[in-house]
Design a protein. Structure first.
Length: 278
């Protein structure tokens, strides 16, 4: 039994490491200490605060009273995804570790790309500013990113907490310009994340065997403070052959439940530039 516990712990830690290395949207994970579980299993409670603005000060009466409202809004988790695999005990022994390779590869090549694509698509759909266009030159790409940067700053979002998610082609075209303007356009962001085109879609459909995407995205600028990125439940389950009542085989199950939304009053902190339809 001690060996089984240790083995499971090692696999779980390896899976966590795979996610951290491979996920591109993990940089948007925020402080969810104020998030609470909802009344139902698929719900979370998200805090919202509103307050009065300034009023004239009266030298006789003093301050004007203001109101502060702090309440929780109920949000439903938008995705609940999972998969179970079975590896025969003899296959595992003969392959010298097929099970560990399967679990790590599944998270790296299936779980993470889908989660990144889903999040990027969700934020693009909720963007306060959505632009469509064809960017075929470095100058066009530079102008588009510069416009996005100015728009976000003008909306009073903090550019220092905004991440730029951009395709490799567009980032390469801008970098190749190697001008003062191109370097300035790529400065001040919290980070610039180069994303494979296979994860950059405005419309993402979760299916029975992974996901599909349409409406390609050129780039997405997202303020970390504007997104609600929360994993309510993530579990990797390891069942050993000794504990498997159905077969002499290892079983690996993975499930993730969570939410990816944009706060209602912070949508201007999201800027999406989508490829124009052919």
């Amino acid at each position: 039994m001690p060996n089984t516990i240790t083995l499971r712990k090692n696999y779980s830690e390896a899976l966590d490491e795979v996610y951290k290395l491979a996920s591109l949207t993990a940089v948007l994970d925020g402080d969810n200490t104020l998030v609470r579980a909802g009344a139902n299993a698929n719900e979370i409670l998200v805090p919202k605060m509103s307050m009065s603005g300034l009023a004239d000060y009266d030298r006789n009466a003093g301050f004007t009273s203001g109101n502060v409202t702090f309440e929780y809004e109920t949000k439903k988790c938008e995705y609940d995804r999972g998969r179970m695999f079975t590896v025969d005990a003899e296959d595992e022994e003969e392959s010298l570790g097929a099970f560990s390779k399967l679990s790590a590869e599944f998270v790296r090549t299936k779980v993470v790309p889908e989660l990144d694509a889903y999040r990027i698509g969700a934020y693009a759909n909720a963007a306060g500013t959505a632009v469509t266009g064809t960017l075929t030159t470095g100058k066009a790409a530079l102008d588009a990113v510069s416009t996005a940067k100015r728009k976000i700053i003008d909306s009073e979002a903090n550019i220092a907490t905004c991440y730029l998610f951009i395709t490799a082609d567009l980032r390469g075209m801008i970098d190749d310009l190697d001008t003062t303007a191109s370097r300035r356009a790529m400065e001040d962001w919290a980070g610039i994340v180069t994303v494979p085109t296979a994860r950059m879609f405005k419309t993402v459909k979760l299916g029975a065997d992974g996901f599909t995407g349409t409406q390609a995205i050129n780039f997405l600028a997202a303020d970390k403070a504007a997104v609600m990125q929360f994993q309510k439940h993530t579990v990797s389950k390891i069942v050993t052959p000794d504990n498997n009542p159905d077969a002499d085989a290892w079983k690996f199950g993975y499930r993730t439940v969570g939410i990816a939304e944009v706060y209602d009053n912070k949508k201007l902190g999201i800027y999406a530039h989508t490829v124009a339809a052919a």
